[in-house]
Design a protein around this ligand. Structure first.
Ligand SMILES: Cc1ncc(COP(=O)(O)O)c(C=O)c1O
Length: 483
């Protein structure tokens, strides 16, 4: 399938990707040569002295030394002072190609001037928030309702995590059922009920430290890209009071790290209809990145509820929202408008004028500039180039993309299969493969490329052919140094 306006020009075949990932996992890790790695580490010591000094101080006042999960921490976090288009500058004056793009929100590229000017104008007029209704709240809601046929009403919230919580609450209230099915390995924020089966499928409560068992009692996980696993769970739940909702990322868990067949979403829609469960699409990453009508527009499948985040505030703070059909979304107004029980949500900073204006102009600029498609083409060029390098150096690495979301699996750590009977061995392997991923990320960084955790890259409209080709030369310098 090839669609104008969407980031994905031709949808990937899923089976060959999983075959390559299985092959990657079946062999020992192939990391960077030790001498080369020492040189990369010396880059950080010699050319990032101010970052090193500041990160050493931060460890005393910030847990772990950084506030953000995506800040790359190995060998220590760099301090960034400038972000513009496709580039970042660190405090020591080094320049990088930015494939983190704030973790996804900046499809236009960082600090896009038109959006920045509108935000500054707004700040001059009324500051970032008043706690009262502002025209931009209407404008962004109206824009989203126009772009997403499945959305009649839109509630803006402070984050994707909050929006997922709201979606689940509405689903439970509307269906009067409790069970929530998610896909193993998927991240849907860090609310109590969603810290379940994170990163690696089958891990259940492995990371649910500090969360009482009762909070995840009604959360279940199914195998990625498996309709039989989902139907089995839906069928079993009929005997346990039923499924309130199935929540998934339409491009596959972890921003498509585990890709899904093209027909998967449509089939899940049918299963949800069959078993009376609501379908929630978590489009925190994909809305306004895969296309202006989200991944749901690309796949042609309508969910009952859509979770928004990231691009919905264009890289500015307080990025979250929930959309859906009127009968469901009215649970968020009930209590004010009466007649129904209210799904309680709130937030002092939800839909503040700053986030609403930033999101509104970001979406308008994406539309005006056909940014999803441009960013997607950059992603295709990057992934194709990486594949050529993998072939040239005969590496077992795996590169694939969903438009502007690019994956480069070198250690395969997320694909390790959990075996509870041999858990110590599994944990040892996770540790080794995770460390290799950190080293790869550090090597890319030392070559002037910022990635997400050394395995994912978001491209933006600012990534011209020249930027991508320059990045590929830098990736090649790393690949030349593989053992
Ligand atoms: C698919 C998905 N859902 C939810 C979230 C949580 O969003 P937030 O970080 O805004 O709370 C994320 C964050 O990365 C995400 O990728």
């Amino acid at each position: 399938m090839s669609e104008a306006g969407f980031a994905i020009q031709s949808y990937h075949e899923v089976a060959p990707i999983y075959e390559k990932l299985d092959a990657l996992l079946s062999q020992p890790i192939l990391p960077i040569k030790r001498e080369a790695m020492e040189k990369y580490i010396s880059y950080f010591d010699n050319q990032c002295k101010q970052s090193k000094a500041l990160s050493a101080k931060s460890i005393n006042v910030i847990p772990g030394g950084v506030q953000h999960n995506l800040a790359f921490n190995y060998p220590f976090p760099l301090v960034f002072t400038k972000a513009e288009g496709a580039f970042l500058n660190d405090i020591d004056g080094n320049r990088y190609i930015d494939f983190l793009q704030a973790g996804g929100p900046t499809v236009l590229g960082s600090n896009y001037p038109v959006v920045k000017e509108k935000v500054i104008e707004l700040l001059h007029d009324c500051g970032p928030s008043t706690g009262l209704f502002h025209e931009y709240e209407y404008k962004i809601a109206n824009k989203i309702c126009e772009l997403f046929p499945s959305v009649d009403l839109f509630r803006m919230l402070g984050s994707g995590t909050e929006a997922v919580m709201a979606a689940i609450r509405v689903a439970r209230l509307a269906t009067r059922k409790k069970k929530i099915i998610k896909v193993g390995g998927a991240y849907h924020g860090w609310s109590d009920q969603m810290v379940y089966g994170m990163r690696i499928p089958g891990t259940g409560r492995f990371e649910a430290h500090g969360i009482p068992r009762s909070c995840t009692r009604h959360t279940q996980e199914v195998k990625p890209n498996s309709l039989s696993s989902l139907e089995r769970k839906l069928r079993m739940n009929v005997l346990r009071g039923g499924t309130a909702a199935v929540i998934l990322e339409p491009i596959g868990p972890e921003s498509g790290t585990r890709p899904v067949d093209y027909e998967y979403n449509r089939s899940v829609r049918e299963l949800c209809n069959k078993y009376g469960a609501l379908l929630i699409f978590d489009e925190v990453v994909s809305a306004f990145r895969i296309g202006l009508s989200g991944a749901q527009g690309y796949f042609g499948v309508e969910p009952d509820l859509t979770v928004f985040g990231k691009v919905v505030a264009g890289g500015y703070p307080a990025a979250g929202g929930l959309g859906g059909k009127q009968d469901l979304m009215e649970y968020l107004a009930a209590g004010i408008q009466g007649g129904k029980k209210r799904a309680m949500v709130g937030g002092t900073m939800a839909a503040n004028p700053l986030s609403a204006a930033a999101g509104y102009y970001t979406i308008c600029e994406i539309e005006k500039n056909n940014a999803c498609e441009k960013a997607g083409r950059a992603g295709d060029r990057l992934t194709h180039g990486l594949q050529m390098l993998i072939d040239k150096y005969q590496l077992p690495y795996v590169a694939y993309n969903q438009g502007s979301i690019c994956h480069l699996e070198t250690s395969g750590v997320m694909f390790i299969k959990i075996n509870w009977l041999k858990i110590m061995k599994v944990l040892k392997e996770i540790k080794a493969r995770k460390h290799m991923m950190e080293e790869m990320g550090a090597a890319y960084m030392a070559e002037g490329i910022v990635t997400l955790a050394g395995s994912r890259m978001y491209t933006s409209m600012a990534d011209t052919d020249e930027v991508i080709d320059d990045a590929l030369e830098r990736f090649e310098r790393v690949f030349k140094n593989i053992r």
